[in-house]
Every structure is written in structure tokens, then in C-alpha cells.
Write a protein that binds this ligand. Structure first.
Ligand SMILES: Cc1cc2nc3c(=O)[nH]c(=O)nc-3n(C[C@H](O)[C@H](O)[C@H](O)COP(=O)(O)OP(=O)(O)OC[C@H]3O[C@@H](n4cnc5c(N)ncnc54)[C@H](O)[C@@H]3O)c2cc1C
Length: 462
């Protein structure tokens, strides 16, 4: 009997079928996807993960890997059959090794992102991946979704931060690719297949990650701009003036500031006079503190910004970031919302936001676009809040036509329908529509090669 075998493998206290305990694992953050499971297992070693997957492989049972379950597209939620095994990586939560000299850390896949950041900081090093869910999302989930976050502009996505992986393959075999090499052209770069694969090719059990020197003299500014296009011009100018030391460059619409102010306690508007758009800027490692101020002053004189404030200390900087990080939570309190995590070439961000906003407002009067995010990476969270006093159900029923409008605009700029959250269950049909048959058929061939029995997170991505 598979269930009994899996229970024996993981041991007492590391499995559950209790509906109360299962509840948070079977429901996605925004309550959009729910599922059922045969059994939740929480193995605490790679060997146990391997034995669990092997047993599932032998009985043709599907496995759904789950990290912190903060993904926003239903990738970590099992289907409704109640026949899939939910494999939580939370038990795999140790920092295995950290080398300050090598600037690397080897972490179990179930370490939270915050735990990896803290381990790096304790060694006077910096792990740059950072996102609002960092207290609960896990490094394995970050890699499986190729997470982005706020520091991609300078350090790249999760993909660029991984030097090596340990993976349990679909038949239970352990692949030890935990190398710490900066250069390695010995054949195909196999780890890249598993990064961004959303658990459809294997289970990541550990990763060797790149670290960086501790950030010196970080400075945070909040500036007002007239439009997303002005933000793009500002970005280009600041990169030049600040010797490319920008760490983050986040676009925020006034509507998001009002949502946060209204719903999240202890937050205040960072700039007294309201502006239609703002940018939260973080720089570090500048030769002198004055450089940021003089760069902003010259941008002000050239009309690129209309107002600016620079945080005087880390406490003030944290308050500015708190506003940015609270946007998703505040938008949740404004009723139903539809999220579109998209990217276009950086220079086209302004044109995209303007076009997509016009299209959705024409289609559904009263709709409230909240376009915010990582302009420095061309990545906009083009989120839509329901009309005030409208019915949430009626709004959510418009999901497909609204997505078609937004993705149609993305397509016009040769962009991507998924910049950093992945495909999961949410965008399967859109993947084929916008990436085309050739690309999706090639992806399917990769899937078939790694997982011929289709037991790894089936029904996701494709
Ligand atoms: C408030 C909020 C803000 C966010 N901001 C950002 C942001 O700025 N940038 C960003 O990129 N994302 C963001 N996200 C989305 C989410 O946090 C990321 O996608 C994150 O990387 C998911 O990690 P997780 O551990 O929660 O993965 P889960 O949600 O548990 O899983 C995600 C996918 O990865 C698979 N998976 C998980 N662990 C493994 C593993 N060990 N091996 C194989 N497959 C695995 C799952 O099957 C699933 O398909 C945000 C989410 C929230 C709630």
C-alpha cells in the first residue's frame, strides 16, 4: 500500500491527512486554486525525498512539490482528484555550508529565502534575491519559479544566482550537481532545466548559490514622476550618472499608495504632494553619499522628476520599502483582483502601461489598474482591481477577456506573459497562444525526456 510505505519512509510526525493541517497547503495565497491530496509528506533528507519519489514512480502516482506555497499561479496546489502526493520541502531546512572566501552558500531547498539572506549576512556577505514573501517562500520554490524580486536590475534572477543543484529525478535517482563553479562548459548546463520548471521535471533538494560582498552605504529615495515613460527616462539617466550602482527601481502608482495608506496600519504617504506616479530607488556602493542627491537634483532640473525624498537612515528606508511591499496585501483588501505578471523591453514600459490601461478601462468602465513593479527589468505587475461596489464574482468572470487584452498588448511589444511568477495552472492556455506551438512542443519533449511517466506535477505549465 503506497500510503503506508510513504509514511514509513518519512517517519512519524512527517506526514498528515488531517484536514485542518492540510488546509493551508491545499489553498493558494489568493484562494484562487484549491485541491485535495492523498497524503502530505514532509521528508527531511534528500534520501527520503528520493525514496518517496521512487515509490510514487513505481506506482505511477503523481507528486506535487511544494515550497512555501507563496506562488501566485497555482503551481504548488494538487488537483481535485485526491490521488496526488503533496511533497512539502519544509523539512529540508538546513544551511549545509557557507564559504565566505568562495562567496557561496549551499542550502537545503526548504530553507526560507530569509534564512539564506540571514546566513549570508551573518558571514558579512549578501544574498541579493529579495521579494515580499521572503519570510515564507523557500529557495527551492524560488529556483523552481526562477523568482525575480527587487534586485534583479543589479544581480539577476534566481537563475543567475544558482551555481549548482541537487535534484531528485522523476524515478527517484539523486543527481548531485551541487558544484560551485563560476565557469563550466562541460556539455549542457543541466541545472538550468530544473530552474523555472515549476516542479515538472524533478524535485530540487539543495542549491549552491552565489553570494556577493555586503552592501556598503545603501541609500533609498522616493521620487515623484509624471508617467511611467518619465520613469523609464529617469532610469536610463540614473544608470549613467550613478555608474550603474542602482540596486532597485520600482514603479508605484498613486492608486497603490492610497490603497496602502487606507488598509495597512502605520504607513504614511512618503511624499506630501500627490503625484500620479512614483519610483522607489535603492542604490549602494557609491563613492560618496552626495552622489545620489546631486544625480536627483540634476534630474529634477531637467524635469525628469517633480519631487524627491531621500531616507535619512535605515529606519526611514524600511518605511519606504514597507509601502512597496504592502501593495499586494492592500490590493487584496480592495476586493477581487486579477494579476498579470508581464515583461516588455525596458524602454517600452511606459507605452505598454499606457496602452494596456486604456484597453482595460474602455472594456470595463470603473476597473482600477494598479501597474507597479520592477521597471528596471521591464517587469510590470499589471494588476486590476474590481470596480468600487461591483460584484467580485462578476469581475472575476471577466478574467479571460481582460487577460486577452493585457497579453495582446504584451505581445505587441514582443514581451512575456510571465516575467517572474511562472505558468502554473493560471497561464497554461496562454503559454501556447503566445509562445507558439514550436516552443511549447520543444518544452514537452524536455518534459518527456526527464519524466516519461508524467508523474512530476502533471497539469502544470502545459
Ligand atoms: C506578497 C507576495 C509577493 C511576491 N513577490 C514576488 C516577487 O517580487 N518576485 C517573484 O518572483 N515572485 C514573487 N511572489 C511569488 C512567489 O513568492 C515566488 O514565486 C516564490 O519563488 C515561490 O516560492 P515558494 O517556496 O512559495 O514556492 P511554491 O509556491 O511552494 O511553489 C512554486 C512552484 O515551484 C514548485 N516547487 C516548489 N519547491 C520546489 C522544489 N524544491 N523542487 C521542485 N519544485 C518546487 C511548485 O511545485 C510550484 O510549481 C510573491 C508572492 C507573494 C505572496
Amino acid at each position: 500500500m503506497l500510503i503506508e510505505k510513504l509514511k514509513r519512509i518519512v517517519g512519524d510526525g512527517n506526514f498528515t491527512t488531517d484536514s485542518h493541517e492540510l488546509e493551508p497547503h491545499l489553498r493558494e495565497w489568493r484562494d484562487i486554486w484549491t485541491g485535495r491530496t492523498l497524503l502530505l509528506v514532509r521528508p527531511d533528507t534528500t534520501r527520503k525525498v528520493s525514496e518517496v519519489v521512487r515509490a510514487c514512480h513505481e506506482s505511477n502516482t503523481s507528486v506535487v512539490p511544494q515550497g512555501g506555497n507563496t506562488g501566485l499561479c497555482g503551481g504548488a496546489i494538487p488537483d481535485d482528484s485526491g490521488e496526488q502526493v503533496l511533497l512539502s520541502l519544509s523539512g529540508m531546512n538546513k544551511i549545509r555550508a557557507l564559504s565566505a572566501n568562495d562567496y557561496t552558500v549551499i542550502a537545503d531547498a526548504g530553507c526560507t529565502l530569509a534564512a539564506v539572506q540571514n546566513a549570508a549576512a551573518d558571514a558579512d556577505r549578501f544574498f541579493p534575491l529579495s521579494l515580499a514573501a521572503e519570510g515564507s517562500c523557500q529557495i527551492g520554490g524560488n529556483l523552481s519559479t526562477n523568482a525575480g524580486g527587487i534586485n534583479v536590475l543589479r544581480y539577476g534572477t534566481a537563475r543567475t544566482l544558482a551555481l549548482g543543484l541537487e535534484v531528485v529525478l522523476a524515478d527517484g535517482t539523486i543527481w548531485d550537481g551541487l558544484r560551485a563553479l563560476r565557469k563550466d562548459t562541460a556539455g549542457y548546463d543541466l541545472k538550468q532545466f530544473f530552474i523555472g520548471a515549476e516542479g515538472t521535471l524533478g524535485v530540487i533538494t539543495a542549491a549552491c548559490l552565489r553570494l556577493f560582498p555586503a552592501v556598503q552605504n545603501p541609500q533609498t529615495a522616493f521620487v515623484a514622476v509624471s508617467s511611467p515613460s518619465a520613469a523609464v527616462s529617469l532610469l536610463a539617466e540614473l544608470r549613467q550618472q550613478l555608474a550603474d550602482q542602482l540596486q532597485a527601481f520600482e514603479l508605484i502608482p498613486d492608486r497603490a499608495i492610497r490603497f496602502v495608506h487606507q488598509h495597512i496600519p502605520d504607513t504614511r504617504a512618503p511624499i506630501a504632494d500627490s503625484s500620479p506616479w512614483y519610483v522607489l530607488i535603492e542604490v549602494a556602493n557609491l563613492a560618496t553619499e552626495e552622489l545620489l542627491e546631486s544625480a536627483l537634483m540634476s534630474c529634477f532640473e531637467r524635469g525628469l522628476i517633480t519631487e524627491a525624498t531621500i531616507a535619512k537612515n535605515r529606519g526611514e528606508a524600511a518605511s519606504l520599502w514597507a509601502v512597496r511591499h504592502a501593495i499586494s496585501e492592500a490590493q487584496k483588501k480592495e476586493g477581487a483582483s486579477l494579476k498579470h505578471d508581464v515583461s516588455v523591453p525596458v524602454a517600452e514600459v511606459g507605452n505598454f502601461v499606457e496602452m494596456a490601461s486604456r484597453f482595460v478601462e474602455d472594456y470595463l468602465p470603473g476597473i482600477r489598474p494598479v501597474a507597479f513593479g520592477h521597471v528596471g527589468d521591464g517587469n510590470i505587475h499589471f494588476n486590476l482591481s474590481q470596480p468600487i461596489n461591483g460584484s467580485p464574482e462578476a469581475f472575476l468572470a471577466e478574467r479571460e477577456p481582460l487577460a486577452a487584452l493585457v497579453y495582446g498588448c504584451v505581445d505587441q511589444f514582443d514581451g512575456s506573459i510571465s516575467a517572474e511568477h511562472g505558468i502554473g495552472q493560471a497561464k497554461k492556455a496562454d503559454l501556447r497562444k503566445y509562445r507558439g506551438n514550436l516552443e511549447v512542443d520543444l518544452m514537452r519533449k524536455v518534459k518527456g525526456a526527464f519524466d516519461p511517466r508524467n508523474i512530476m506535477n502533471p497539469g502544470k505549465v502545459f
